[in-house]
Design a protein around this ligand. Sequence first.
Ligand SMILES: [Zn+2]
Length: 123
Amino acid sequence: MLEQFMFQTKRRVVEDHQAAQTARKADRTDLRTDELEQRIEKLTVASMALFSLLKDHHGVTEDQFLERVKEIDLLDGVLDGKLEQMTPVSKCPSCKRIMSRRHQHCLYCGEAGLTEETYQAFR
Ligand SMILES: [Zn+2]
């Protein structure tokens, strides 16, 4: 009788501990999801503002913008709407094209001395 009581009590303690652990993990996941959603919203607003400025002040068309998005997406070699984490990006000082820092020279004009993009600091 006492052994059964002790066994059940121990089992309840273990189950409560596991339930609390699962709840804490779910809370952390919810928090992380909220942070990522906020980050996506900020980036979406920033992208819209950038395109709006480019369109209004420099006459950049939507097709030009989308072509540049595609070029940047392809820096990691895959057209999938994302960049491989920590892909270093450089800008050619001569033709201003963007490319991976894996390259020593610009693939378009052959220029050396590629410069790091400003936004790399935010990654
Ligand atoms: Zn170049």
